[in-house]
Design a protein around this ligand. Sequence first.
Ligand SMILES: [Zn+2]
Length: 402
Amino acid sequence: MSEKKLFRLEGKVQHYAWGGMYYINSLLGRPESREPSAEYWMGAHQSAPSVVNGSTLDKLVKANPEEVLGAKVWERFGGLPYLLKILDVNDMLSIQVHPTKVEAEKGFARENAEGIALNASNRNYKDDNHKPEIMVALSEFWLLHGFLPEDKLKHVLQTVPEFSFLLPVFEKEGYYGLYKVVMEMPQEEVNKVLRPLAERAFPAYEADKLSKSDPAFWTGRVIENDPKGLDNLDRGIFSIYFFNIMEVHPGDAVFQDAGIPHAYLEGQNVELMANSDNVLRGGLTPKHIDVPELLKHTRFEAVHPKILQGDTVKGGLEIIYNSPAPDFVVSKITLKAGQKYEHTSEATEIMLVLEGDAVITGEDGEAIDLKKGQSVVTYYNAGYHIQSQAGTIIYKASVPVK
Ligand SMILES: [Zn+2]
């Protein structure tokens, strides 16, 4: 009999204030709770490792790294390189940028040397890793993603009267100069510039007259959510007008590379990211904003948003969403009743049943019954197959081992 390489995995719910009340509890088959549930984490991140086989995944990796991860992943990454999440975005998240690997290493070392505590509110770098992210929409999903292409941004500066003074700045100094001006603007001036715009947007938002592709809609929502409202306007409103507003349909994906400013606005998704917590914020948040650090790591260039529809493999049973990130790959397995998915893992894999039911059977013949919301982890080089009685949709995280 071969050794056991397939285990149930129990993730951890994060109750951040921006989360929704229903989606994650309903997915996990848990009773409604009084606090919002924002994220469900599956992985080995030290702050919330998943429970596996009476231990936690980070401990299991440390005890037997090559057996759990495979030699290649262990040598290259020194741990499980990814973190898999389900997100329920009820209120918009902060505008953010993630550093490159090289910059994260430098920033982490610098803040350590400066003696800034890891949990300090002015700490930017929680670890020395980059944090590219890919998301697959589970509902209609809205996000901000990168700067508008030049002609579109010019059009915004020409047509929104409050922004007309920024047009010559953009023409002369480009994306960097424009963003620097609004990010360094004193708060009283932000209030003065944005107030008339906010006074137009908010009533139209409240009267339900705006579409979600209109930046005025999200401006209205910022004001609705901020108790200080019109008296202390969030400079993130500039970004809502300067960035691409993307609508992503269920099953479609978006990749956020280092340096691309972004913010999730609304909806549910599966998110797979490098195992890191490094976030530089640029608004729509009461949290610490370090403007010089943000300006240093933002890519000041036009972004033409790309929707990824993935590549179909395994005779149509699996869609793989490839990205440039070496740390992770996410895929979606769809089985009708009676169909069989067979695979041998090339790295540690985590799978979550999003819909229906499934039975996953390892090489040793042991079968694990999985209901909606349940998940498993496979170690490196685990042969297994999955079948379903009534059909299922499963999301899988792995590492693109070459
Ligand atoms: Zn992000």
